[in-house]
Design a protein around this ligand. Structure first.
Ligand SMILES: Nc1nc2c(ncn2[C@@H]2O[C@H](COP(=O)(O)OP(=O)(O)OP(=O)(O)O)[C@@H](O)[C@H]2O)c(=O)[nH]1
Ligand SMILES: [Mg+2]
Length: 233
């Protein structure tokens, strides 16, 4: 029978060897990962690594959030514009918006929240409530709907009376139709010169249809404009 004392000594020696080996491995691991960095504490090293990672991957850093408010009379094409800005898939029927409709776009470090409030008469009373959170207003006009241009103009001017600085993008929509008014005619009809003052103002001809996505009136130009506009500090 082996003496108990010798067994205890062997166990102690083995434990000591494990501890020494563990310490050596830990030191080697630290030295290996620190490479040629100047001496610093463990915390310094970890913070430096994190900083480098964030610099290497700016998309991983927090995106800037901006809200785009999309308004205009019922049937002007707001939902269609939103759909084709966010998705390039053909859609045959887009139902009228009975309340709100929203879509999110993540482009170049920008988190864009596109919010449409329906344009029917009863919903227009809610439009002003959303202005204070908006970074830009997109106002969609049906370029064919001559009989309601005055209403569109009155609604737009009333809306912006208290918002002298809010950037405005007016879309002269349905330009694919042969009887559409031109942007020059709409600029006059909507009296846009009265709204320009201190704000950035754009008037774009658009066709919110799948067939027009690769044409000069594509809504993808609106997307580019919004990215440029909202990327400004
Ligand atoms: N030809 C053509 N039709 C369009 C265009 N934009 C929208 N439409 C059509 O117009 C109708 C109304 O479009 P919507 O996008 O629902 O209009 P809206 O402004 O969202 O209307 P509400 O939600 O009721 O306020 C739909 O039948 C669309 O397919 C366009 O540029 N060209
Ligand atoms: Mg709609």
């Amino acid at each position: 029978m082996a003496p108990t004392g010798a067994l205890r000594n062997l166990t102690l020696a083995l434990e000591a060897a494990v501890v020494v080996l563990g310490s050596l491995l830990f030191i080697a691991w630290k030295l290996y990962f620190r490479g040629s960095e100047p001496a610093g504490t463990w915390d310094d090293w970890w913070e430096r690594e994190l900083r480098e990672l964030q610099e290497r991957d700016p998309a991983g850093s927090a995106a800037v959030w901006k809200q785009v408010l999309v308004l205009g009379l019922d049937g002007a094409g707001k939902s269609s514009v939103l759909h084709y800005i966010c998705s390039q898939k053909a859609r045959t029927r887009i139902p009228p918006t009975l309340g709100f409709n929203s879509a999110q776009l993540h482009v170049e470090g920008l988190e864009m929240d596109l919010l449409e409030v329906g344009g029917s008469h009863n919903l227009r009373a809610y439009w002003p409530l959303y202005l204070s959170d908006a970074h830009v207003l997109v106002f969609v006009v049906d370029s064919v709907d001559r009989s309601r241009l005055l209403t569109a103009r009155q609604e737009l001017h009333a809306l912006l009376a208290e918002e002298p600085r809010l950037p405005l993008v007016v879309l002269a929509n349905k330009q694919d139709k042969s009887d559409a008014l031109s942007t020059e005619e709409l600029r006059e009809e909507l009296a846009l010169h009265l709204l320009s003052g201190q704000r950035e103002l754009f008037l774009l001809p658009t066709s919110a249809t799948w067939a027009s996505l690769s044409t000069a009136t594509s809504v993808l130009h609106v997307k580019s404009l919004l990215v440029t506009l909202l990327s400004q500090p």
